[in-house]
Design a protein around this ligand. Structure first.
Ligand SMILES: *Cc1c(COP(=O)(O)O)cnc(C)c1O
Length: 391
């Protein structure tokens, strides 16, 4: 067998691939599984997106290679959305770029910046892609613990200056996966200043920026004055528009960073299909705030339903104010074996340690199932014997 590159050793198996395998094993035993695992909306995409992609699919000019930097109509629609939604002006030409889902963009961005020995500051727990590609590129992840008592916000003042000096990138993600935490504009402002003083690129992963269940709508980092000097933001249509399968997102902000990601992408992929970008443009132009409100109301109702159930079975957790994730402390503290116990009972949750060592002791539950299924999950929790929730 041909020997794999040594860098492959840095790559853990993708969290959800491993979960899928375990789930299939349980299903083979005849147990019907309800998944609160991967964050993948169960509800349909916007009708206008579906109609647009159907129409555009028939146009021959869309059968050719897409533009490398992305369809202008999509990037202009996104710029207009940023103006309306956040009061932020971005130049669609030079300050935006279409990505094939933000996962692709986040991964490739790291290759534009990180060399062996460079430090990447990454929250722990976090979306696994930041660390995976840092490792592949030979960089070093410096973990920023997200702790409940700090509101799941990294304490930037705790980062040693010699580490900060070696750092190229700081990843932030609010509203946050997996904790469901939010941050205010003051926090983002402080992070922009902190990065400016140290010449670090702030990468804000805004996959859930449209998904606030209660309280004030979440912020774009680009709302911070001067943010474009040191920051970029990844916007994703996946979660808020129920378009995970379509693979559409964008990067916005700092021109050099946008151009650098564009150069990597030119040499790697050939862009997203124009029919899909036209659909994204139509969705963004349709004043989607009402659609977001509708979706968020559904998730809020599911959240409340789940928390009524959790209270009944005696599982204490804090309801999230944003995202569709519940980050729940595990009774007994062993998230791996607790998740395995739930899977045997037919419920998939993600063990928190899969998101980093500071995720240990938690599991993540995703609200992407119907209220009926939430009730069935609660029944299964109540039937666990002996009850892990008994005190
Ligand atoms: C889902 C998710 C993404 C990936 O979104 P795509 O645009 O579908 O690639 C990125 N970051 C976080 C934190 C996510 O949860």
């Amino acid at each position: 067998m041909v020997k794999l590159a040594r860098r492959m050793d840095t790559l853990p198996p993708y969290l959800f691939a491993a979960l899928d395998e375990r789930r299939r094993a349980v299903e083979q035993r005849g147990i019907e599984v309800i998944s609160l695992g991967i964050g993948d909306p169960d509800l349909p995409s916007m009708p206008i997106a579906v109609e647009t992609v159907q129409r555009e699919a028939a146009r021959v000019q869309n059968h050719r290679y897409p533009r490398y930097d992305g369809l202008p109509a999509f990037r202009e629609a996104l710029a207009r959305h940023y103006q309306r939604r956040f009061g932020v002006a971005v130049d669609p030409q030079r300050e935006t770029l279409t990505v094939i889902g933000s996962k692709e963009g986040l991964a490739h961005l790291i290759w534009a910046y990180v060399e062996p020995g460079d430090v990447v500051l990454s929250p722990d727990p976090s979306y696994p892609v930041y660390g995976a590609h840092t490792g592949l590129a030979g960089g070093e992840v410096y973990s920023l613990p997200l702790r409940a008592e700090m509101g799941f916000l990294p304490d930037l003042s705790a980062i040693p200056e010699d580490v900060a000096r070696r750092a190229k990138l700081l990843f932030l993600n609010y509203p946050n996966n997996p904790t469901g935490a939010t941050c205010d504009l003051a926090y983002l402002r402080a992070a922009v200043e902190w990065c400016r003083e140290r010449d670090i690129l702030l990468v804000h992963d805004a996959a859930y920026v449209e998904m606030t269940l209660e309280g004030e709508p979440a912020h774009s980092v680009l709302e911070v004055e001067g943010a474009k000097d040191v920051a970029i933001e990844f916007y994703s249509l996946s979660k808020p528009f129920n378009m995970t399968g379509w693979r559409l997102g964008a990067v916005l902000g700092n021109r050099e960073a946008v151009a650098a990601l564009g150069r990597i992408k030119n040499n790697t992929d050939s862009g997203q299909w124009h029919a899909i970008q036209y659909a994204g443009a139509a969705a963004l132009e349709s004043h989607p705030e009402a659609f977001f409100a509708q979706m968020n109301a559904i998730y809020r109702q599911r959240r409340d339903r789940l928390f009524e159930g959790l209270a009944r079975v005696g599982w204490e957790a804090t309801p999230p104010k944003a995202t569709f994730y519940v980050w729940a402390p595990v009774p007994g503290g062993d998230d791996q074996s607790f998740a395995a116990q739930l899977l045997d009972a037919g419920v998939v949750v993600v063990p928190g340690s899969g998101y980093g060592k500071h995720g240990a002791g938690y599991v993540r539950l995703c609200l992407t199932v119907s209220e009926e299924d939430i009730d069935r999950v609660v029944e299964r929790l109540a039937a666990l014997h002996p009850s892990p929730f008994a005190r």
